[in-house]
Design a protein around this ligand. Structure first.
Ligand SMILES: O=C(O)CCC(=O)C(=O)O
Length: 268
């Protein structure tokens, strides 16, 4: 079970745009989630359910991301839709949260990083989301942890999260000239920790230069009063990918609606 006694610092989330909760998940629960994520990764190789994306590393083609899987795994559905995370999000949104999308980024050794971006342009239909990163392996600077920065209009918003300043270009990235001016901070995490961040919070990550995978689930929610868009999001994303193909410029594999992922197209 997740721990009942964690404190939820909503003021820190509104001030910073992110919130780290250390040791929030009990080891037994964490082991069950880890095993469930291994099941999902197995589906990618066995033509099972879910939407899976591969990337090329110097060691060969590896799984980069799995998404759209909760209908097929009871352990993950319970953890994602009815547990500590939705309880915290109820506080951060100020009302119940509904799942918008779920994914696992595997970041195998040599797996690509993500250019500085905000998630908002990738998440259609509504303009505000909060994501929770659930690391399953240590996320360190070497293994490719997230770096986050406050948006420049910090503190001026009354929205439940950050100011909604969009800083991205047509690719969905934060231009280098803007990115260079942001106060980036690494967020190293251990399994059991949680990182909540707003869809306007600038973030990026580096290639995994360690010799172990850096797996992490990213669970994205919106305020329930705005509606339930999950089915529409995945129908739209699958249609988009069918039309646009599997890469950007033949150089970067398409795993997102925006061009933020720096991994190479897989040779399989
Ligand atoms: O997993 C990572 O390293 C970064 C993930 C990310 O920024 C994203 O999926 O939008």
């Amino acid at each position: 079970m997740v721990k009942a006694n964690v404190t939820i610092d909503g003021a820190a989330f509104r001030e910073e745009g992110w919130l780290v909760m250390r040791g929030a998940i009990e080891p037994g629960e964490l082991a069950a989630i880890d095993a469930a994520v291994c099941d999902v990764a197995g589906w990618a190789e066995a033509d099972g359910p879910g939407l899976h994306h591969f990337e090329q590393t110097d060691a060969g083609a590896v799984l980069a991301r799995s998404e759209d899987f909760i209908e097929h795994h009871d352990v993950l559905r319970a953890f994602i839709c009815d547990g500590l995370i939705t309880r915290v999000l109820g506080e951060l949104f100020g009302e119940p949260a509904v799942l918008f999308k779920e994914k696992v980024n595997y970041k195998h050794p040599g797996g690509g990083g993500f250019a500085p971006h905000q998630d908002a342009p990738a998440y259609r239909f509504i303009d505000h989301h909060i994501s929770c990163m659930v690391p399953l392996d240590p996320a360190t600077e070497q293994s490719g942890c997230l770096y986050v920065a406050p948006v420049p209009d910090a503190g001026s918003s009354t929205s439940p999260g950050r100011g909604s300043m969009m800083m991205t270009d047509e690719r969905g990235r934060i231009d280098e000239s803007l990115s260079a001016g942001l106060a980036w901070r690494p967020v190293p995490l251990d399994p059991g920790d949680l990182l909540f961040f707003d869809s306007y919070t600038p973030h990026y990550s580096d290639t995994n230069s360690s010799d172990r995978p850096r797996r992490a689930a990213y669970l994205t929610y919106n305020a329930a009063s705005r509606g339930d868009f999950r089915d529409r999001y995945y129908a739209d994303k699958r249609a988009d990918f069918a039309l646009a193909g599997d890469d950007f410029d033949g150089e970067r594999v398409r795993i997102s609606i925006i061009d933020d992922f720096l991994g190479r197209p897989a040779q399989r």
